[in-house]
Write a protein that binds this ligand. Structure first.
Ligand code: AR6
Length: 172
């Protein structure tokens, strides 16, 4: 069965098969959830990202795209790195945010993943308004579920504060 669950917590600690990283075009790490994932997962994740940059995306990961690496020391098996839109400068922030969720779900499904956790992509440093982002996330996940009823995917939306969890709950 395809399901959506909302919780508050640190995504790096979740025992799901895949976690999504709100990364950036460089794939070379940063602050926020990206920094937390690389810190907790150890150096192999960055090594794989470097390899992806050299072989697949020499100019950087475009906004709305995603790539998969192992998860190093994390409880998860895979990390799906996506570059969310920078809200105030992206030409199509809503469209690209939806593309991020969709690509991550497609990659999870393609890798046989049955449980995947998302942070609020673009809702930190990248400035996407949280309620609008939550609506796009949930709508995109539901569309994917309708298209792939056999995916059997358990999606967890991870808030990093009680206030953010409330916003997500209100959009479900
Ligand atoms: N677990 C779950 N959620 C978290 C965690 C965590 N450990 N840490 C932060 N969040 P952000 P962005 C939430 O800024 O807006 C980085 O420097 C946070 O509260 O991490 O997509 C990258 O390298 C917020 O709701 O990502 C990029 O350069 C959400 O995760 C840039 O920031 C996303 O916040 C990406 O910006």
């Amino acid at each position: 069965m395809n399901t959506i669950t909302i919780m508050t917590g640190d995504i790096t600690q979740l025992a799901v098969e895949a976690i999504v990283n709100a990364a950036n075009a460089s794939l070379m790490g940063g602050g926020g959830v990206d920094g937390a994932i690389h810190r907790a997962g150890g150096p192999t994740i960055l090594e794989e990202c470097r390899n992806i940059r050299q072989t697949v995306y020499p100019a950087g990961l475009p906004s709305g795209e995603a790539v998969v690496t192992g998860a190093g020391k994390l409880p998860a098996r895979l990390v799906i790195h996506t570059a969310g839109p920078i809200y105030h400068s992206d030409p199509d922030p809503a469209g690209n945010l939806a593309r991020c969720y969709r690509r991550c779900l497609q990659l999870a499904h393609a890798h046989g993943v049955k449980s995947v956790a998302f942070p609020g992509i673009s809702t930190g440093v990248y400035g996407f308004p949280k309620e609008a982002a939550a609506r796009i996330a949930i709508e995109t996940i539901r569309t994917f579920f309708a298209e792939q009823p056999e995916a059997d995917l358990s999606v967890t939306l991870v808030a990093f504060s009680a206030a953010d969890e409330k916003i997500l709950q209100g959009c479900l």
